[in-house]
Design a protein. Structure first.
Length: 228
């Protein structure tokens, strides 16, 4: 309601002939909370804002782009991005190690402490022994995925520039992952860093994972197209 009043005010001011030489195409309004943190913005064309002046509020509302920016929104976005990165890497590990070692890829390729730790985690949670890598891979953490990929980096070198860069990216991901896992506030900068990590870690890899659908990328493209 407050944003519609501000948009309506813009419309009233710039209908005046005094501003007829000013080529305005869009209006944008940002909303802030009491601590001066941005929580929402709305963008509409000048012609859409004119609908407010004629009482067509519903039409104005449906034609205006609203983008939320609350801490709850950022946390939900962070969870979605982190989940996609981890699941994308898990899928890549499963495919590459299965190609190399066959169906018993977990027992043959991860016959070490890391592999045992994940099996112990599964046993403690369900009370059952499991040796199926396709199941166990879902119970790996960020740093465990990093270690697996670094161990067999030659299998993944087409996806990442070099081991050092990959390790750095995963460490940065894990720092934000710790905040997200405990539902701590995610800043706008951290969310932007996550989007960059998504691009760096999955951009090439997703071209091989035909069955893996990126909800985050779909929503991001849909939002960008809507803006255009």
């Amino acid at each position: 309601m407050e944003i519609s009043k501000v948009m309506g005010c813009f419309n009233g001011i710039f209908k005046n002939r005094t501003y007829e030489n000013v080529d305005l195409k869009n209006y944008v309004v940002r909303a802030y909370d009491k601590d001066n943190n941005e929580i929402l913005y709305a963008l509409c064309t000048k012609s859409t804002a004119e609908l407010i002046g004629t009482g067509e509020f519903v039409e104005w509302f449906t034609r205006t782009l609203f983008q939320e920016n609350t801490k709850d929104f950022r946390l939900v976005q962070a969870k979605k991005i982190i989940s996609e990165i981890e699941n994308g890497l898990r899928e890549a590990v499963k495919i590459k190690l299965k190609d190399k070692f066959g169906e018993d890829w977990w027992e043959l390729g991860l016959n070490n402490k890391l592999g045992k730790d994940v099996k112990d985690l599964y046993f403690n949670q369900f009370g059952l022994e499991c040796t199926d890598g396709d199941v166990l891979i879902a119970y790996t953490y960020t740093l465990q995925l990093k270690k697996i990929i670094l161990t067999y980096f030659n299998l993944f070198k087409t996806y990442f520039n070099n081991p050092t860069q990959f390790e750095s990216l995963m460490d940065n991901l894990n720092k934000i992952r710790r905040e997200e896992a405990h539902n701590r506030p995610i800043s706008q900068l951290e969310l932007k860093n996550l989007e960059d990590l998504h691009e760096s870690l999955l951009s090439v890899l997703l071209s091989d994972l035909k069955s893996f659908q990126s909800v985050f990328l779909k929503e991001n493209w849909r939002r960008m197209i809507k803006k255009l």
